[in-house]
Design a protein around this ligand. Structure first.
Ligand SMILES: Nc1nc2c(ncn2[C@@H]2O[C@H](COP(=O)(O)OP(=O)(O)OP(=O)(O)O)[C@@H](O)[C@H]2O)c(=O)[nH]1
Ligand SMILES: [Mg+2]
Length: 279
């Protein structure tokens, strides 16, 4: 596979914007997709935020393997103060995240009070790769649709301050991908999660990688979802999906439709709770 350098102009601008705003910000909430937390890390962003108070959120836990998420929480807790997992489809996720930001921001309020000042709203910047749930988290936090949400990478284009209360203001940011990928696997994981635009990697390569992974780690979910037996060989598995789902074109199997269907059903959690990066 050719090397991937997909770094659209708006992401470059977004990275510069984060750098410009960072001095104003009290707390960073960094979202990582719990299905591939290491692939979700962005070194370019990490450099900018290294001296800031931070809450790490493993997002989309409803789509991830519960056992693996537990292990990833422990992993990140070794080097970070506050790490939580969140299913943002649940309304109570807003309360959980606001409690965390309040905990991290308390020393700032204490300092202001000690100086005789009125405590100011904690300025919180929400960062992460595209499609990881940043705008969804803001809407839960603010208890209203303050930020645009869409299931496609790169939906949020500009930064936006959102006042939640007298205690918090939030800054939504566009998703930012790494400028370079240290390995092919990371780019592939991001594409499978829906954080890299779908047409960047060849769809057949994506399906090959996904099926290779699933047949090893989650063979039963693959067999059960598509009612297929032979999953060891890629062609047999795809043909099986075409057969079961009646994906035919002019009397032959419509492989392109099978590829799309497999990726969409995986992304939407229809194959079960699956984590692509295992500890
Ligand atoms: N199942 C599930 N879906 C989620 C969760 N959080 C967000 N989503 C969905 O993921 C998609 C992307 O969410 P956004 O909040 O727009 O993501 P974003 O990080 O703001 O994306 P960009 O603006 O593109 O960078 C939407 O379809 C959300 O409904 C979650 O915890 N579980
Ligand atoms: Mg967004």
């Amino acid at each position: 596979m050719a090397e991937i350098h997909w770094f659209p102009g708006h992401m470059k601008k977004a990275l510069i914007n984060v750098e410009e705003k960072i001095k104003l910000v009290d707390v960073i909430v960094e979202l990582l997709d719990s299905r591939a937390p290491l692939s979700s890390l962005n070194d370019d962003l990490a450099k900018l935020i290294q001296n800031k108070k931070r809450v790490i959120v493993l997002s989309k836990t409803d789509l991830a393997d519960i056992e693996q998420t537990k292990k990833w929480l422990e992993y990140f807790k070794k080097n970070n103060d506050l790490v939580i997992d969140l299913d943002l489809s649940k309304p109570n996720s807003g309360k959980i995240i606001s409690n965390c930001v309040a905990r991290v921001g308390k020393p700032i309020w204490d300092k202001q009070k000690a100086k005789g000042m009125k405590p100011q709203p904690i300025k919180t910047m929400i960062i992460g790769i595209p499609n990881v749930g940043k705008s969804s988290l803001i809407n839960r936090f603010a208890k209203r649709s303050a930020a645009g949400v869409e299931n496609k990478p790169g939906f949020t284009r500009g930064q936006q301050w959102i006042k939640v209360s007298n205690e918090f203001v939030l800054l939504d940011t566009p998703g930012i991908l790494p400028m370079n990928y240290e390995n092919k696997k990371k780019a592939m994981n991001l594409a499978l999660l829906g954080s890299i635009r779908e047409d960047i990697l060849p769809i057949e390569d994506m399906c090959r990688d996904l099926l290779d992974f699933l047949k090893f780690h989650y063979p039963d979910s693959l067999k059960a979802r598509f009612d297929i037996e032979n999953i060891d060989n890629f062609e047999d598995a795809i043909n099986g999906i075409c057969e079961r789902r009646k994906l035919l074109s002019n009397g032959t199997y419509d492989l392109q439709r099978a590829y799309k269907l497999l990726l969409t059903e995986f992304k939407n959690g229809l194959l079960g709770q699956i984590t692509l990066e295992w500890l």
